[in-house]
Design a protein around this ligand. Structure first.
Ligand SMILES: [Zn+2]
Length: 471
């Protein structure tokens, strides 16, 4: 469930993810955290006014499945509705278990996520979330996640397949991708190509899904290696489209033979011109580079981040750290692409290329960590099977040697710094936008993406779709 920009909401006694043995009173007004203070008392010390509303008491009774007596018919109707929804929820979960096969279970799970978050079927919960003051004694709050590398507008791994779909179908899939991304607690994305700013505005506004979107409307690659005059014209077009990022495809990728994935596709002059010109125009630059000299260029001209970077060397990591260039490994997608049984089901030659990337990636992350490079969370997800599964990347980064704090920072506070918005996004702190994810258990104790995603009680946003899409 998404709670959009509440006028006022107060959590009493809630835990902030990553801060052990301490609880907080967190107050939100008009989409910003206005007060974050250590709690004085325990949950038992709520004032009477802050305790359960009469409506909530009814729901609790209904949940215990004993029909209360002496109710008005309106109340009775409400309780019956509550019981109905509970039965429906139980049917859905029993159904999931009875189906037996993992695939069927997944399908039902996906189905329930598609229409409504599972927890919304629990009426006691649902009523609770609409309270202005919420007892947070059993809740954890995290800043909303920031995915620094998505392709929200792509529907198929092979773009030729997307072109076979009609426009209405593509738009429906894009809208669902945005909804699924928000449901999993990602409140901000940087789109790395494919999503034009005007399309993002349309999707956010028309489908009422308040996802904060940064854009790169064009990917500068080998086809753009046509000199500085051309690059200037093209960059001006990108700026005029409303994009606030320049994306440089500096090397090949999954579509290129492995021998070439570290060869630069632009000249150094072209590369450094793009970085300089973007910065002069108040835009930021991210650089797709599997490895090679393009990483040195990025450090030399101060690009904002390197994407993928699995063939990063230890020396290069040191130079990135020194030049304050961030690293967004997008680690999980290569494991998914390399998996013969994976959801992408790619041709063997691409699986093989992905497998070689996977073999190098953990080492690159280790180099970056040791050198003190700022690491950012990005998924590179681009298909319906993957949108909404963004949190898988957290667990891959954990496996590659980052600790929980570092992984969380990569997806929140450090990601916000990479966006240039470290002063207003990515923290539960006074003055910050109230983009947040509320969990029903400590996320640090959760062992898998499924568990973590299932632990989300609701997602809170600090800005509504009207503001996000204001011209
Ligand atoms: Zn990408």
């Amino acid at each position: 469930m998404i709670l959009k920009k509440p006028e006022r909401k107060v959590f009493r006694n809630i835990a902030i993810v990553g801060i052990a043995d301490q609880r907080f009173d967190v107050e939100i007004k008009q989409g910003r955290f206005v007060s974050v203070k250590a709690s004085q008392g325990s949950a038992g010390q709520l004032t009477e006014l802050e305790q359960a509303s009469p409506q909530e008491v009814h729901i609790q009774k209904a949940s215990s499945e004993k029909m209360p007596t002496g109710k008005t018919s309106a109340e009775q109707g409400f309780i019956e509705k509550v019981l109905d929804e509970k039965t429906f929820a139980e049917k859905a979960s029993n159904g999931a278990i009875l189906q037996g096969t993992a695939a069927a279970r997944e399908a039902i799970h996906e189905e329930s996520l598609r229409f409504r978050h599972v927890d919304e079927h629990d009426p006691a919960d649902r009523s609770r979330w609409h309270e202005e003051v919420i007892d947070g004694s059993d809740l954890w709050i995290s800043p909303g996640f920031i995915d620094l590398h998505t392709h929200m507008a792509w529907t198929d791994f092979d773009h030729a397949d997307q072109e076979k779909r009609d426009a209405a179908e593509v738009e429906a899939m894009q809208a669902e991708a945005i909804a699924a991304t928000l449901r999993t607690g990602v409140t901000t994305v940087r789109d790395a190509g494919g999503l034009a700013p005007h399309t993002a505005r349309h999707l956010v506004r028309h489908y009422r899904q308040p996802l904060r979107v940064d854009n790169a409307s064009h990917m500068f690659g080998s086809a753009d290696a046509r000199g500085l005059e051309y690059l200037k014209r093209k960059a001006d077009e990108v700026f005029a489209s409303g994009a606030n990022w320049i994306k440089i495809m500096a090397t090949g990728g999954l579509g290129a033979p492995t021998e070439q994935v570290t060869d630069p596709v632009l000249s150094e002059e072209e590369f450094s011109f793009l970085v300089r010109y973007a910065h002069e125009n108040g835009r930021r630059v991210f650089v797709h580079a599997w490895g090679g000299v393009a990483i040195d260029w990025a450090a030399r001209c101060g690009a904002d981040s390197i994407e993928h970077g699995m063939f990063l060397t230890s020396d290069q990591a040191g130079r990135l750290a020194e030049a304050n260039v961030a690293f967004v490994p997008t680690a999980s997608i290569y494991r998914i692409a390399a998996d013969p049984q994976g959801v992408l089901a790619l041709p063997p030659i691409i699986q093989d290329r992905a497998a070689r990337a996977v073999a190098a990636h953990a080492q690159a992350v280790e180099y970056a960590k040791r050198a003190g490079v700022r690491i950012g969370f990005g998924t590179d997800y681009a298909t319906p099977h993957l949108h909404g599964r963004n949190l898988q990347e957290l667990y891959t980064l954990l496996e590659y040697g980052l600790d929980r704090e570092a992984v969380w920072a990569a997806a929140t506070s450090d990601a916000a710094v990479i966006l240039g918005r470290g002063g207003e996004l990515g923290r539960i702190a006074e003055g910050y936008l109230s983009d947040a994810v509320i969990f029903g258990a400590d996320p640090y104790s959760m062992r898998s993406e499924e568990e973590l995603r299932g632990g989300i009680r609701f997602v809170l946003t600090g800005t509504d779709e009207q503001e996000l899409t204001a011209e």
